[in-house]
Design a protein around this ligand. Structure first.
Ligand SMILES: NC(=O)c1ccc[n+]([C@@H]2O[C@H](COP(=O)([O-])OP(=O)(O)OC[C@H]3O[C@@H](n4cnc5c(N)ncnc54)[C@H](O)[C@@H]3O)[C@@H](O)[C@H]2O)c1
Length: 315
């Protein structure tokens, strides 16, 4: 009975996305092994330990010997381990390149062609979009940070190897046992609640967003529909949340009326991403997100009565 379900190896499973996705997969009866080096000393998977379906390998996803031992024991690989975000990649370029790209090359070499890979990348690969035009999966990729570059190249490697799906995720928001306050929505809601104010540089820059549970849903969907979806990238975001930073603040203000935000007349956002994205391809497979931005803001406001900023960010 247990062996009916494919066995899943998830690298970086103790991270922001992985700690939600692990639970979702366990609840669906999958066997899940997480390989993680617990870079942030996170305790996010403790409550998975009682499950007989769950196992942990503490180690480095760049170590070929570890991969060569673990990978053949699983049917599906979900490589989440990465140095995630522009600033932290700029701080340690060697760690960023070896983790985000070299380790993916090693994984693709070690994995048998029959093993499925579901891989998340960032839709920040679209970089600076063409004003007013939606980026589709066919749009040119113009990453503007080392983080974006490593993820774009890693996606090319994974899709080139075949038997894989990639998800080009919008900026993720929402609550996870390994919380990240450095993500745009999570950050702004936190500031709205605690500082009551945000200064916006280049407030008109547009980004798009997706709730963390809808990211988990996309992976579940990809596993179930793998044969029809495989060998393509899929944008995953909310169609009605291609919002500028100013529009995002206005939406948060509806929940936190005391929140004020200012547009700086001078200055440059170090993050120059500005693009709107079409999610039509994944929608055409039947996938629909469940969580709106408002749902996520309400969820975050509750969580921030518990969480404080210390040690809940990648940078
Ligand atoms: N959060 C987002 O908005 C977003 C958007 C697009 C794509 N992604 C992708 O999703 C994946 C997960 O992102 P996240 O937000 O959960 O980030 P995260 O930083 O919370 O998780 C990364 C995990 O990888 C682990 N890790 C780092 N280096 C490792 C190594 N050498 N060996 C083993 N484990 C290692 C960390 O301990 C952590 O648990 C990444 O591949 C990221 O590029 C995230």
């Amino acid at each position: 009975m247990l062996d009916d379900k494919p066995k899943i190896l998830m690298t970086g499973g103790a991270g922001y996305i992985g700690s939600v996705l692990s639970r979702v997969l366990l609840e669906r009866g999958h066997r899940v092994t997480v390989l993680d080096n617990f870079l942030y000393n996170q305790n996010s998977l403790l409550d998975c330990c009682p499950s007989p379906l769950f196992d942990i390998a503490r180690g480095d996803c760049r170590d070929e010997r570890i991969l060569a031992d673990l990978v053949p024991k699983h049917d599906i690989i979900i490589p989440l381990a990465a140095i995630v975000g522009g600033p932290i990649c700029a701080d340690d370029r060697v760690a960023a390149t070896s983790t985000n790209l070299d380790a993916i090359r090693t994984l693709c070499r070690v994995a048998a062609s029959s093993q499925a890979i579901l891989f998340p990348v960032t839709n920040s690969g679209y970089g600076i979009g063409e004003r007013g035009a939606h980026c589709t999966e066919e749009s040119p990729l113009r990453p503007i940070s080392l983080y974006g570059e490593t993820k774009v190249e890693a996606e090319r490697v994974v899709l080139g190897r075949g038997n894989a799906i990639t998800f080009r995720l919008a900026t993720v928001f929402g609550v996870s046992p390994r919380m990240r306050l450095d993500l745009l929505v999570n950050d702004f809601v936190y500031r709205a609640l605690t500082d009551r104010a945000v200064v916006l540089f280049e407030a008109h820059f547009k980004r798009n967003y997706i709730h963390i549970r809808d990211v988990a849903k996309a992976f579940v969907y990809g596993i179930e529909k793998f044969e029809t979806m495989k060998n393509r990238p899929y944008n995953v975001g909310l169609d009605d949340a291609n919002l500028s930073k100013k529009e995002l603040c206005e939406q948060i203000q509806r929940h936190v009326p005391q929140f004020v935000f200012f547009e700086a007349p001078i200055g440059r956002d170090p993050d120059q991403r500005d693009y709107i994205v079409s999610n039509a391809r994944i929608a055409s497979t039947g996938y629909r997100p469940d969580w709106t931005l408002d749902d996520g803001i309400r969820e975050l406001l509750k969580a921030y009565r518990i969480v404080r900023r210390v040690a809940h960010a990648n940078h």
